[in-house]
Design a protein around this ligand. Structure first.
Ligand code: ADP
Ligand code: MG
Length: 266
């Protein structure tokens, strides 16, 4: 059994930021892996047609493997798509293939087009999950709207660099719209500062600015810029298994611990 508190019900996180390259996928995969290493049962839903989260978790996502496209557009049960992550007990992945790129357009004309992921998750009963992390594409289209509707919590990774806050207003306005019309219980619970370079003044200024805007929503743990973090996915591993002693591994483990204990306090 695990040593971190298990949430009373499944915590569903959407990891979103319409900017690319801010650490959405890295954060989804590593937080999920860290939580699973402490006994939580965790599913990563890959909602980006690039399939980077599937790659990082060493789950097949080429050819005609059943994927999130088939779930969202063809009503395939999520049970038939979810795979166990190799060598990571308690960690699961619903992969994305490039087919998912078509979903953004095909969903437009579908009934309850914003609710398809929510329905798929509600019907999933193969494993009793503690956490779900939905890794979003870098856009605010229907895939991200599905994710925002399906989640109880929003996690925004923010890269500590110039222009970090640009575009955040647009994301937050979308979140307000989703709250008003689709999912009133969506909570911006977590902001994680990523790719922090302690040697630059700019990084600490950005971190300060984000903390003054968002207060306690921002995790105390900063994720440092670290080569080990960027190398791990090409070995199909999380940074905690790839290099457990690295600064990136320590930071993601600590961020996951913060999330687990914050949830326990709710
Ligand atoms: P997104 O999913 O938002 O597009 P990614 O998680 O794919 O962003 O990260 C973008 C790139 O930055 C990837 O190449 C990733 O390996 C790298 N990266 C992410 N976090 C770190 C970090 N803490 N240190 C170094 N490189 C990182
Ligand atoms: Mg990504």
């Amino acid at each position: 059994e695990g040593d971190w508190p298990r949430p009373p019900k499944t915590r569903i996180f959407t990891v979103a930021n319409q900017k690319g390259g801010v650490g959405k996928t890295t954060t989804s995969v590593n937080l999920a892996a860290a939580l699973s290493m402490h006994g939580e049962r965790v599913l990563v839903v890959d909602l980006d047609p690039q399939g980077n989260a599937s790659t990082a978790l060493a789950v097949e996502h080429r050819g005609d493997v059943p994927d999130m496209y088939k779930v969202l557009v063809e009503d395939l049960p999520l049970n038939e798509v979810v795979k166990e992550v190799p060598d990571m007990p308690g960690l699961y992945c619903a992969p994305a293939t490039i087919d998912l790129a078509g979903a953004e357009i095909e969903l437009v004309s579908m009934v309850a087009r914003e609710a398809r992921l929510q329905r798929a998750l509600a019907a999933y009963d193969a494993v009793e999950l503690d956490y779900i992390f939905i890794d979003c594409p870098p856009s605010l289209g229907l895939l991200t709207v599905n994710a925002l509707m399906a989640a109880n919590e929003l996690l925004i990774p923010i890269q500590c660099e110039y222009y970090a806050l640009e575009g955040l207003g647009q994301l937050l306005r979308n979140v307000d719209l989703v709250r008003a019309h689709l999912n009133p219980s969506l909570d911006l619970s977590t902001i994680l500062l990523t790719m922090y370079d302690g040697r630059t003044r700019l990084a600490s200024q950005v971190a300060e600015e984000v903390r003054s805007h968002f207060g306690d929503t921002v995790l105390s743990t900063l994720i440092p810029r670290s080569v080990r973090v960027s190398e791990a996915p090409s070995y199909g591993q999380s940074v905690m298994t790839y290099d457990p002693g690295s600064s990136g591994a320590t930071a993601y483990m600590e961020a996951a611990r913060e999330i687990a204990y914050r949830g326990a306090a709710v």
